[in-house]
Design a protein. Structure first.
Length: 153
């Protein structure tokens, strides 16, 4: 059984656009580069050919990955309660005296630098199910921190 991939509607559209780009324009470009390199003759010492084949392999691998994700995608819906942290929630927390805001998303959309953390991450897992005012101690690579839920939307 394939793993379900949790995605927001926005994340689903982003992945569909990436797949469209890869299966269309990018695939054509790399095939043209391979054909040009083949036209130059001896492939055993043809760096352009080797590079184009490597890029083709990457593109085809990414296409397969995206197709699998999209085939098994489950759209994150609002949980109907903004009083419990769930996948899809945006949560404002106090972490050791400083405020941070996170949106809990599926692992395919995680971007910690942008405040989008995976439901499978250490912090994401510990925040799930909490309510406003709840506190939890979380051990991260940076050490132990106390997270207090200030707001959920």
């Amino acid at each position: 059984m394939s793993k379900k991939h949790l995605l927001t509607a926005e994340g689903l559209e982003k992945l569909k656009k990436e797949l469209e780009l890869l299966t269309g324009q990018r695939r054509k470009e790399v095939i043209e580069r391979i054909q040009e390199a083949v036209a130059h003759g001896d492939l055993s010492e043809n760096a352009d050919y080797a590079q184009a084949k490597e890029e083709q392999s990457f593109i085809e691998g990414r296409i397969q990955e995206l197709e699998e994700i999209l085939k098994n995608a489950e759209i994150i819906k609002s949980n109907g309660h903004s009083n419990i942290v769930a996948v899809g929630s945006t949560v404002k927390v106090n972490v050791n005296g400083g405020e941070r805001t996170y949106t809990i998303v599926g692992s395919n959309e995680a971007n910690p630098a942008a405040g989008r953390i995976s439901n499978e991450s250490v912090v994401g897992q510990k925040l799930l199910g909490l309510k406003k005012g709840d506190k939890v101690e979380i051990e991260t690579p940076g050490g132990k921190s106390v997270y207090e839920v200030l707001e959920i939307s």
